[in-house]
Design a protein around this ligand. Structure first.
Ligand code: ZN
Length: 155
């Protein structure tokens, strides 16, 4: 009985509590190296935790080696299936969304065919003169061969 002075709940130390958490992590291969070393050290000194570790490891091994069982009986748990009306409503909503998307796409494409409206040019840009293009320097006239001479071949 709880409250009976003759009954004493076994009190484990905090080290034992922590060691049992590490045991669980070790079973799932999620323990760090430092935790593994500390656990090994604790198990070397604590017979209760060593017995617990062997027991938990044995149960875990049996469970992992056992075939996964598929229940043969029906537990009567039904997954709710949506009603036909609800499916029709969802289908209708999806069609509206698709139609709106196509409408937006068509509007975008046809507005591009007409071209954008007239572009307002700010006055400070409109009054700027075109950039000056430097004129080509005048090249000397090529020598005209005198009649009777051979023309000079271009180099
Ligand atoms: Zn312990």
């Amino acid at each position: 009985m709880i409250g009976d002075p003759r009954y004493r709940e076994p009190v484990r130390s905090l080290r034992c509590e922590r060691a049992r958490e590490w045991l669980s992590l070790r079973l799932d291969d999620e323990i760090s190296e430092i935790e593994r070393l500390l656990l090994r050290r604790h198990l070397g000194r604590c017979t209760e935790c060593t017995a617990f570790a062997e027991s938990v490891q044995a149960v875990t091994d049996v469970l992992r080696e056992a075939d996964q069982q598929v229940p043969q009986c029906d537990f009567g748990i039904e997954t709710p299936t949506p009603s036909r009306a609800w499916l029709r409503l969802r289908l209708g909503f999806a069609l509206v969304v698709v139609a709106a998307g196509f409408g937006a796409l068509a509007g975008f494409l046809t507005s591009g065919a007409e071209g954008p409206g007239p572009v307002e040019i700010p006055p400070q840009i409109a009054v700027l003169p075109p950039p000056a293009i430097p004129e080509e320097p005048e090249l000397p006239e090529p020598p005209v061969p005198e009649p009777g001479e051979e023309p000079i071949a271009p180099v």
